[in-house]
Write a protein that binds this ligand. Structure first.
Ligand SMILES: Cc1cc2nc3c(=O)[nH]c(=O)nc-3n(C[C@H](O)[C@H](O)[C@H](O)COP(=O)(O)O)c2cc1C
Length: 196
């Protein structure tokens, strides 16, 4: 595995520059798989919206009572798998999930559309257990009661994933796929080119 100066090959030295170049602008536009470790140490995964990427890291938002939050509280190591199928790219980020600050979490709620804002209130096991007709009528009633919009429920929360290792995979039609890997080492990034 060759260690390289990425800039001599046209790649930035800071992987967040490449993340910002690869990922779509704006918010709530990209899906990813968030992997955590469960209480037995087994991997657990689910699809999530990648809410935002900044120089601070990768943000996602969820319900504080969800399994993933309990898992992160016990072990904050996570992996994000971001597939950009149309571009023939994949970004896999290993890192640590930290609570996002309150202002960012509130802004992320404002950035969600009306359906997802209401879902944050009604996404409970109690609601899931209702019969279908009750789920529809109660949903419609809450929407009618909140035509002016929703404020975030107390359980609305968010995390920022601070990366430790990032692997940027790119496909090609005229040569082999390849990954560029960045690993945090002693305050800087070590880069290598890996088989796809
Ligand atoms: C397309 C899609 C997007 C989703 N986005 C989110 C999200 O941004 N936040 C979230 O909490 N759950 C989201 N979910 C639901 C999660 O996949 C998951 O079912 C839920 O968060 C409960 O996960 P947990 O029990 O592992 O904590 C999404 C599901 C799908 C299919």
């Amino acid at each position: 595995m060759a260690r390289e100066d990425p800039e001599s090959r046209g790649y930035p030295g800071d992987p967040m520059d490449l993340s910002l170049e690869w990922l779509p602008g704006g918010v709530n536009q990209c899906l990813m798989t968030l992997s955590t470790l469960d209480a037995a140490g087994a991997p657990d995964s689910r699809t999530m919206l990648l809410s935002e990427v900044t120089r601070d890291g990768f943000f996602f938002h969820t319900d504080a009572l969800s399994n993933k939050c309990a898992q992160i509280a016990a072990d904050a190591r996570v992996t994000l798998t971001i597939l950009l199928a149309e571009q023939g790219r994949q970004l896999v980020v290993q890192g640590t999930a930290e609570p996002a600050d309150a202002r960012e979490v509130a802004q992320a709620y404002r950035d969600r559309g009306p359906y997802l804002q209401q879902l944050a209130w009604m996404n409970t096991d109690e609601f899931a257990a209702l019969d279908d007709a009750s789920r529809v009528t109660q949903w419609a009633q809450l929407a009618t009661d909140h035509t002016a919009g929703f404020t975030p429920p107390a359980t609305w929360t968010g995390y920022v994933v601070r990366p430790r290792r990032l692997r940027f995979w790119e496909g090609a039609v005229d040569t082999a796929s390849r990954r560029v890997e960045y690993v945090a080492t002693d305050g800087s990034w070590e880069t290598s080119f890996r088989a796809g």
